[in-house]
Ligand binder design. Structure first.
Ligand code: C2O
Ligand code: CU
Length: 452
């Protein structure tokens, strides 16, 4: 791996956020003034074993407040890293120790939750890997953090926080990277079997990766095992916030080279990186299909006693929403746009939580009870909806049950699509629920659920 890995043990991991410079465009191009964890983009891979306790001593060396959120991990509320909701923002020069047990094995990640579109957009993101007791039989365990960056010609960041991004698909970049720079090439040995962990750390871009002439297995989504299956059309679709674990058999010959394509959006297919086979003699071949990973201890919701709620996501450009309630007052979309707030849930624009405007919970849930939420996308854009502190079972899309319910913490909902999810509210506290298109979250699509 090109960057360092920090393993959880009895000793604490030290993590800091600070300005740094990285060449994102190419080695002959100017560097970009990023913000980075431990002077690396992406940040160091934090790694522990399931059942261990992770202790991270964090220090903030930015000149603005921040926090660290552990995306996808079911941990005590006070460790969740959401400003004003679960902790005070960590001031410049400040420190905070995060410590929590690693209940679930799988692929997770960490990022700030303050001024998130800018802090994540400037490079603050890293992988958090929790190893299962029984690791699958692979030759290499590889992490790819997918990201994109909107840079100007001189490699500086294009301005953040435009209303256009907020009201449309979010901040799309013009430079896409794997692990912070072009993996050009990613070297492999013929015959080896990889576990490839994809993490989408981009503000807004959905990735749809295809490794030409390869046929990966999907073994986990958002850290949670699925029955191993081949990807449809070989394409790994990863929405912002999501993770996919793949098993990839390197079936090429020594000296071969294959493009890695991102074809998530029609007519915008591009090559993001390349795979190059070493001129080394091949490793063993004829791999059996991978075994399923052991399930994580996620409670199964009781659908006979579950309480149902509906949430309709509304607003944005071309969405047909004329007015919505903001802090108790009905306002026209035009007036809301003037305040930078353009999205609503069930007719209500959620106040900007990260700015300290913590309104009422969207729902009050009873600890231990099962809930089914029906999420409907009434907008013209995709929304990857993320819930903190819980992993939910995705039950159905547009009313059609999934062949097998899948456990996730972030689910992509296409325009006009309805997704049913269910979970046991078994983790007490206030838990953020938001779109992981970070510009959407900041513009009215971030609220929270209270479990008590
Ligand atoms: Cu990765 Cu609240 O998010
Ligand atoms: Cu969204």
């Amino acid at each position: 791996m090109p960057w360092r890995e920090a393993r959880a043990a009895s000793a604490a991991i030290k993590l800091s956020a600070a300005p740094h410079e990285v060449k994102l465009i190419g080695s002959d191009e100017p560097a970009t003034a990023v913000w980075a964890y431990n002077a690396a983009v992406p940040g160091p891979i934090l790694r522990g074993r399931q059942g261990e306790t992770l202790r991270v001593e964090f220090s903030n060396r930015l000149d603005e407040a921040t926090t660290v959120h552990w995306h996808g991990l079911r941990i005590p509320n006070a460790m969740d890293g959401v400003p004003y909701l679960t902790q005070d923002p960590i001031a410049p020069g400040g420190r905070f120790t995060y410590e929590f047990p690693l209940q679930d094995a799988g692929t997770f990640w960490y990022h700030p939750h303050v001024n998130t579109p800018m802090q994540v957009g400037r490079g603050l993101a890293g992988a958090l890997i929790v190893d299962e007791a029984d690791r699958p039989d692979v030759d290499r365990d590889v992490v790819w953090v997918l990201d994109d960056w909107r840079l100007q010609k001189d490699a500086t960041f294009a301005p953040f926080g435009t209303l256009h991004d907020a009201a449309h698909a979010g901040r799309f970049g013009n430079v896409a990277t794997i692990n912070g720079r072009d993996l050009d090439p990613f070297e492999v040995t013929a015959g080896e079997r990889l576990r490839l962990r994809l993490i989408n750390a981009a503000n807004a871009r959905i990735f749809g990766l295809v490794i030409k002439e390869h046929d990966p297995w999907l073994i986990a989504v958002d850290g949670h095992p699925v029955k191993p299956r081949k990807l449809k059309n070989g394409r790994a679709i990863v929405a912002p916030g999501m993770r996919l674990d793949l098993i990839v058999d390197m079936t090429g010959k020594p000296g071969d080279s294959f493009d890695i394509i991102d074809s998530a959006y029609q007519r915008q297919t591009y090559r993001i990186a390349r795979i190059a086979y070493r001129d080394a003699s091949p490793r063993r071949r004829d791999r059996p299909p991978p075994n399923a990973l052991q399930a994580n201890p996620v409670a199964v919701p009781d659908m006979k006693s579950s309480v149902d709620h509906e949430m309709a996501f509304q607003g944005g450009a071309m969405g047909g929403l004329r007015e919505a309630v903001f802090k108790g007052e009905t306002k026209s979309l035009r007036d809301l746009a003037a305040m930078g707030m353009v999205w609503a849930v069930n007719g209500e624009v959620l106040p900007p939580l990260e700015a300290g405007d913590v309104g009422d919970p969207m729902l009050d849930l009873k600890l231990g009870r099962s809930y089914r939420l029906r999420w409907t996308n009434d907008t013209a854009f995709d929304h990857p909806i993320h819930l903190h502190g819980h992993s939910f079972h995705v039950l159905a899309r547009n009313g059609a049950p999934l062949a097998e319910p899948q456990i996730q913490d972030t689910v992509l909902i296409a325009p006009e699509e309805t997704v049913d999810v269910a979970f046991v509210a078994d983790n007490p506290g206030d838990w953020a629920l938001h779109c992981h298109v970070l510009e959407h979250a900041a513009a009215g699509m971030m609220g929270y659920l209270r479990v008590s």
